[in-house]
Write a protein that binds this ligand. Structure first.
Ligand SMILES: Cc1cc2nc3c(=O)[nH]c(=O)nc-3n(C[C@H](O)[C@H](O)[C@H](O)COP(=O)(O)OP(=O)(O)OC[C@H]3O[C@@H](n4cnc5c(N)ncnc54)[C@H](O)[C@@H]3O)c2cc1C
Length: 386
């Protein structure tokens, strides 16, 4: 792997870094405090082409790949994670299933609007009775032969980007059949926002990611055309495993950004803050803490870029994606805790970015596969699981 960014990727990195610094940093704290979705910032990200980064130009994308997406996510999360997760979920969970598994007609219908950020997509996998054990899906979809429509019933929980004013679709996983041994056959189905019987609850009150949109969804006899099936019937389980494998690389890039943001803020603060007659950055205890934080962010970056390079070049990347996600989320929590400590009492005040980073870090060990699930995947790749 060449660890130098190409001139195009370096240009993208610089552009997003500047945008995060100039357009996100001054405004996002207020949105976060008000638990409000930052439409104007998301619109601007759409204009910049960020939602289309890894998609071909023929569908309205930028012709990039997962490496480009990761670079953008890392730079955004250095400043704010609500913005970064809105992009991550919009691309990896909203648009990517349509691109990977959709028919040509589905791609033409949805991708140009998803790539421009005019419309956000969401992915509804998790249910109130289980997230890690996604095979235990209870939502059902029955094909009505009279109308040639799927009839969907069930509940999904914790779904990102599912209830904004610009949400256009949610892809849901549902049991469409059972195998002879009784095991459920799961399929993915596109449900456009506003379909009768599809209800979006009020946003959750969350510990972090407060300027991002997360909702519970319910489906009561929701009817969509048979043509809204995404990919092959009964292949939904395999499809979402692929989507989650890729998504973990994106979450890892986001976690790396948060970890690096903690370093950025800590260096700045350690130079300014005086204690016992000198800046606290002059004390070795603080220097060593920040040096360790930098080491962890750097290593996490190597891990996600390695997994992304494997994905882009068509090599197996499942284990590397799980390693990168596990490591970067662990060290994001470490760095957020240490950055808060370096800020002393100010670190506990919401006006300081590190307070937001601390609150935003924990979910990284939970979403898109918990740390326990990542360990299970790594052990399985090592031939250990039964
Ligand atoms: C803010 C937010 C946004 C989210 N966005 C989305 C989204 O857009 N789409 C979506 O589908 N989901 C989304 N999720 C759901 C998220 O992916 C799940 O919360 C996560 O996968 C864990 O599932 P769970 O909450 O049901 O926990 P559970 O699966 O109930 O797990 C509880 C605990 O048990 C552990 N555990 C479970 N099984 C095992 C085992 N076999 N061995 C050891 N330990 C185990 C877990 O690691 C965890 O610590 C989101 C969640 C949050 C909080």
């Amino acid at each position: 792997m060449d660890h130098h960014l190409s001139p195009e990727l370096e240009e993208l990195r610089r552009t997003v870094e500047e945008f995060a610094h100039d357009a996100v940093a001054p405004k996002i704290g207020d949105f976060y405090e008000r638990h409000e979705f930052p439409y104007e910032i998301v619109r601007e990200m759409g204009r910049m082409g960020l939602f289309g980064l890894p998609f071909p130009e023929e569908y309205g994308g930028m012709g990039g790949d997962y490496l480009a997406l990761g670079i953008a996510l890392e730079e955004l999360a250095r400043v704010d994670s609500s913005i970064a997760i809105t992009l991550e979920a919009g691309v990896s969970l909203g648009a990517m299933p349509v691109y990977r598994f959709g028919t040509e007609a589905q791609k033409r219908e949805w991708l140009p609007r998803l790539c421009s950020g005019e419309v956000l997509g969401a992915f509804g996998l998790t249910e109130p009775d289980g997230g890690s054990d996604a095979g235990a899906t209870r939502t059902t979809a029955r094909l009505d032969p009279n109308t040639n429509e799927w009839v969907i019933n069930g509940t999904k929980c914790f779904i990102t980007n599912s209830g904004t004013d610009i949400t256009g679709l949610v892809t849901v996983t549902a049991v469409t059949d059972r195998a002879e041994d009784g095991r459920p056959r799961i399929s993915s189905i596109i449900v456009p926002s506003g379909t009768p019987g599809f209800t979006v609850a009020a946003p959750y009150s969350k510990v972090g990611w407060n300027a991002s949109d997360t909702r519970e969804l319910s489906f009561v006899d929701v009817r969509v055309p048979a043509a809204n099936l995404l990919g092959e019937e009964g292949r939904g389980y395999a499809q979402f495993l692929r989507i989650l494998d890729e998504g973990r690389i994106a979450i890892s890039a986001l976690a790396t950004g948060l970890a690096q943001g903690c370093v950025d803020e800590s260096v700045k603060y350690a130079k300014e803050r005086q204690a016992f007659g000198r800046s606290i950055g002059g004390y070795q205890a603080i220097q060593f803490k920040i040096a360790d934080m930098e080491m962890k962010a750097h290593t996490a970056r190597l891990a996600w870029r390695d997994a992304a390079s494997r994905l882009v070049s068509g090599e197996p990347f499942k284990k590397e994606a799980a390693l990168a996600k596990l490591y970067s989320s662990t060290i994001a929590v470490d760095n957020a805790r240490d950055a808060t400590q370096i800020h002393g009492g100010y670190g506990f005040m919401n006006e300081y970015p590190v307070a937001r980073m601390w609150r935003d870090s924990k979910i990284l060990e939970i979403g898109e596969g918990t740390s326990e699930v990542q360990r299970m995947l790594i052990a399985r790749e090592l031939g250990l699981a039964g």
